[in-house]
Design a protein around this ligand. Structure first.
Ligand code: WTA
Length: 677
């Protein structure tokens, strides 16, 4: 396996031994209605036509001023797209649709409790609410173009309203997944220098009304201690006018939006004409060191790319009802719940809660109620729905024409259930491979043009030209049957611009390894390294194996092993911590946490629990280890490095290989006995 020298255990090493599968063709009915049916699109977006080909996507948007330079490479590898262009994302997602579609639903909000009714926010209502809130942000919170603001919001309609209000002003939003802890939120407040936090008092998750405001208090306290005071906390209430959180409102700092917004009744805010390359938002993602990276996305390039891929890969038409079940706290939600669909005037569905609450039929009832015909989710959700309700979809009267899977490799078995049961054998499936950094899709079939193949993402989407390198930098050609590091040869408009405040880390992480000449201003010398291992089949389809670095994909969410390890080290008794990925039937991967204690401390259930709790507090429940194994000693090389590869093999019940050269080979059998019980 490629990249073995860099890391000792990785997702990609928990090898997936899937057979090559046969092709599935889209139906003639699907092709007849599709937005993109012309196979020549691949030619139009070939490297010969790069970068001007992307004008086709940019032309889906309304510009105040056209650009003079399509791609500016002078600050390589920080590419600038559509330079000279002026645009506003909020205008493109709302205002320009009003004339013809004022009364069309922009957002269908589905509350988790079954006794609460659906809310349907029309484009007109979205316009009114975004304008009023933008006025509040400008006049009450004092925000202006270029300022950063942190959002820590759950899946409620006020989240996209907040994002679009920021975008209207050119304010850079940084939305933190609501399931993350106050600590994780504080780190992102500090890194982005946000002095305003926008949050919610409470939200529903799996039948419980969670108190969310308390996370804001923790976040403010910790951010303040780390040198970034929060001046104002704006709290949207889940039930306006009703207390849903036990946390107190801090005088002079905390305000209910529902109270303040009355002062802005009827306010209209002129969208700020932003430079195309101005940042639209930050999205933090786990990296190979403990510190999350603030991926900075642009306004014009990003919006063009998500609009184009929403139209041609998601095949969304204005009359469709489109439901992406991701969380807006992640990139999928930003690109394919909010910005992409709204830019092309779709009706987008947002569901507050858990897909299996209160039972395995919930998702299909929502689809039936709203007439959803395009459905988008992740393998982890598909596995869960298949496990608890394999025959459930057939009981409901909905008809999907198109379905997406995203976030992790999907097993062909699971793909086939998705196709047969959820898609009723009719819906096409796109397996979209991409990343927080990439803004939009990298590999996927084009639904009416390239046939599907279970377990393979497919070829690069138009304008994306992947290439696989081995560790020595040689190209692994298609059909080589070998995995390597998948890179993208060319820049594209959706790509992030840099890591917020850390250009060096941006260059080092994504470009340094395969850069052909660090002084070059030619994009051909700067392949983008994704950090995933992949194989390319003879037909040019890419199969993604998983991360080569120390990042674990749990339920489709990227978690840094270093982040989890440093959370464990917060506990006094802990001397060393090592996290390894373990294969899991539903979640895909789970972290297993190995701990060695400082001298004089004894292992106990309570201590293991305390360590596990520390991970939840520091990062969020999502990072909770499957198991905390307190071991007598870590297996180590003679130079003292922890052998994660050995721990990974033990956790996955695989062969530990030759351990005789370790400094302490005996400990391996002890740990094995403990884990295998
Ligand atoms: C993985 C989510 C296989 C991959 C959009 C990538 C996938 C990481 C797929 C990015 C897919 C995403 N097949 N693996 N279709 N989609 N991945 O940043 O390892 O949360 O690098 O972005 O998820 O995760 P992120």
């Amino acid at each position: 396996m490629a990249a073995k020298e860099i890391v000792e255990t990785s997702e990609a090493q928990i090898a997936v031994h899937w057979q090559e599968e046969g092709y599935y063709q889209p139906s003639p009915q699907f092709i007849a209605q599709a937005n993109m049916t012309d196979g020549a699109v691949y030619e139009r977006f070939s490297l010969e036509n790069f970068p001007n080909c992307f004008k086709e996507y940019a032309d889906l948007l309304d510009w105040y001023a056209y650009w003079h330079t399509t791609l500016d490479t002078s600050d390589a590898p920080c590419w600038k797209w559509f330079v000279g262009g002026r645009i506003n994302a909020s205008y493109n997602c709302i205002d320009r649709h009003l004339e013809k579609n004022r009364n069309k639903t922009a957002i269908h909000f589905v509350p988790e409790p079954v006794n609460e009714s659906y809310q349907h926010v029309t484009y007109q209502e979205l316009y009114v609410r975004v304008n009023e809130f933008a006025a509040l942000l400008r006049d009450f919170a004092g925000l202006k173009a270029g300022d950063r603001v942190t959002l820590h919001m759950p899946m409620i309609a006020e989240l996209p309203i907040t994002m679009l209000a920021c975008a209207r002003l050119g304010v850079v939003h940084s939305q933190v997944f609501a399931g993350f802890s106050g600590r994780a939120c504080a780190d992102r407040i500090v890194d982005s220098n946000s002095r305003i936090l926008i949050t919610t008092d409470a939200y529903y998750r799996n039948g419980t009304l969670l108190d969310h405001k308390q996370n804001a208090d923790t976040a403010c306290e910790l951010a303040g201690a780390d040198g970034q005071p929060v001046d104002k906390v704006l709290v949207w209430q889940r039930y306006p006018g009703k207390a849903s959180s036990a946390a107190l409102m801090k005088e002079g700092r905390d305000y209910f939006v529902n109270d303040l917004i009355h002062d802005y009744y009827g306010a209209r805010v002129e969208p700020v004409k932003m430079p195309a390359e101005a940042p639209l938002f930050l999205m933090y993602t786990s990296g190979t060191t403990g510190k999350p990276k603030g991926c900075q996305h642009s306004t014009g390039g990003y919006l063009a790319y998500v609009a184009g891929t929403s139209k041609y890969v998601q095949d969304i038409h204005p009359e469709d009802v489109y439901w992406c079940m991701a969380d807006i706290g992640w990139i999928t939600g930003h690109s394919y719940i909010v910005y992409g669909p709204l830019a092309i005037c779709a009706s987008t569905v947002m569901y507050e809660g858990v897909p299996t609450f209160p039972d395995a039929g919930r998702a299909w009832r929502i689809a039936q109620d709203l007439g959803v015909n395009i459905f988008h989710t992740a393998p982890t959700a598909i596995r869960a729905l298949r496990k608890i309700g394999p025959d459930e979809p057939a009981k409901y009267d909905y008809q999907f024409k198109h379905m997406t899977t995203v976030g992790e490799p999907i097993e062909p078995e699971v793909w086939k259930w998705y196709h047969q049961m959820v898609g009723k054998g009719e819906a096409i499936i796109v397996d979209t491979w991409w990343q927080t950094e990439t803004g939009g899709f990298l590999c996927s079939t084009l639904p009416a043009i390239t046939p599907m193949k279970p377990g393979s993402a497919g070829p690069g989407v138009p304008g994306i030209h992947p290439i696989i390198y081995d560790d020595e930098g040689h190209v692994l050609p298609k059909g080589a049957g070998k995995a390597g590091n998948i890179c993208i040869q060319n820049p594209w408009p959706g790509a992030f611009q840099t890591i917020w405040g850390d250009r060096q880390r941006f260059v080092d992480t994504y470009y340094a390894r395969y850069c052909k000449n660090p002084d070059s201003k030619d994009w051909r010398d700067w392949p983008y390294m994704t950090g995933d291992a992949a194989v390319e089949a003879q037909d040019g389809y890419f199969r993604i194996l998983g991360r080569i670095d120390d990042v674990i994909n749990v339920s489709g969410h990227r978690l840094g092993t270093k982040e989890i390890e440093s959370a464990a080290l917060v506990v006094d008794e802990v001397a060393e911590a090592a996290v390894v990925p373990v294969a899991h039937e539903i979640k895909g991967r789970e972290p297993d946490l190995y701990i060695a204690l400082k001298p004089g401390f004894e292992a106990s259930e309570e201590l293991a629990q305390k360590i596990s709790d520390a991970v939840s507090t520091e990062i969020g429940k999502i990072a909770k280890p499957r198991k905390v194994w307190i071991v007598p000693d870590m297996p180590k090389t003679r130079s003292g490095k922890i052998m994660r590869r050995v721990l990974g093999a033990i956790s996955n019940r695989a062969d530990v290989g030759d351990v005789t050269t370790l400094a302490n080979p005996d400990v391996v059998d002890l740990i094995k006995a403990m884990v295998e019980g």
